[in-house]
Design a protein around this ligand. Sequence first.
Ligand code: AMP
Length: 445
Amino acid sequence: MTKFQDLGLKEEILKGIREMGYEDAFPIQEAVIPVLLTGRDVVGQAHTGSGKTAAFALAMLQEIQPKKGIQGLVMAPTRELAMQITGEIKKFGKYTGIRVATVYGGQGMGLQLDALDRGVEIVVATPGRLIDHLKRGSIELGDITHIVLDEADTMLDMGFVDDIQFILDLAPEERVMSLFSATMPTEILRLSEEYLKNPKQFLLDADDLSGEGIDQAFLVIKDRDKMKYLMDFIKPVKGQIIVFCSTKYRTRDVAKYLHQEKFDAVAIEGDMSQSRREQSMSKFRTGKVDILVATDVASRGIDVPRVELVVNYDVPNQELAYFHRIGRTARAGAKGRAITLVSYSSVGDWNLIKRQIKVNLTDLNKEMGIEISIPDPLKRQVPSRRYGGSQSRTGYSRSSRSGGYGRSGGYGGSSRGDARDDRSGGRKKYGDRGGKNSYGGRSRW
Ligand code: AMP
């Protein structure tokens, strides 16, 4: 284990680190900090939870000088993550005299302009709002020496690629840059080839996708029975819980129901105002409430160290979302549990995800003796001639389209019982900027 003082960090920074209670550097910090300090670019495959924030923040704080203009720029996909990064940098940098501002869409310009006017050395930004500031001249990139792209794959998914390129093209050529991403699709590699100079690559949590350290289980049940089982699962839990739903409507319904049942729950979903989302997040983070019900908006980048259980109330729409969701538990080496409730119509999607899970997965149907009674699609198919053209009896039409339970990826296919939140469902493609929103900095999630 490497101690932070062995990394050559300044005493002011070490003091901040000590105050945060960190003792040893995490592997990502041990690996990345010395490289960034030599001025070499870094590409790190790492997810939140690995300690990457400290890795890039400490290297930046070591080099940046107070009162010499904006020298550090961190880009992050969501306002929540941006605020979290700012919070960490402020704590590490408490004794350095370095000031940090967060700029993100959804908050009035006034507060951000005031903060910028007072003078800052580091800006943490979501790309859309940063462009607004660049265009009005409230932020200039001429003195930038350090750039970080955090959660680069999420930024691509959210359609920020053009914005990022626009921003990077404005920054000085001479700079140290790091890019962190949970996955490394070709688009990220292309971006890193174009904008990073001979970066040192780190595959820091290659086993992230295995969900190591997380007890994972699933239960196949009727959609209407989910609430009952959810309550059974959450009742005995002492620590904090996140319940993920696929749509904002379900998020609201589940939170409301839990409230009625006297659980301390808050929701966070895309339709809520920025301040209400922040309120929910802060109640959860500070432990005032035990349960957070959320769409995928909260699954990435948000660090709540004590989450004991993640319940996927709905099967996520793709494997990565699954691993991001369950990754909210078992943080920083702690143990965690994840339970996925699979409605009959989502069995096909679940089978696709299941194939990617490389650790023991508990089948709760077997363990709890709960039978799966998916109607046989062949039996329920009603001959159309005899019944005047009807293809199937009411309620069966969706599942009868696509085969039966157990056929890998077959049942249900991409059709699902649950309506999707347009903004959280479906992976956006590289280059899809989501229209004007990318510049407007308005909420996409
Ligand atoms: P991150 O991946 O940056 O979101 O960090 C994940 C969690 O690990 C956060 O709660 C950090 O505060 C914590 N953390 C990061 N580095 C260390 C360290 N060296 N020692 C203890 N905790 C740390």
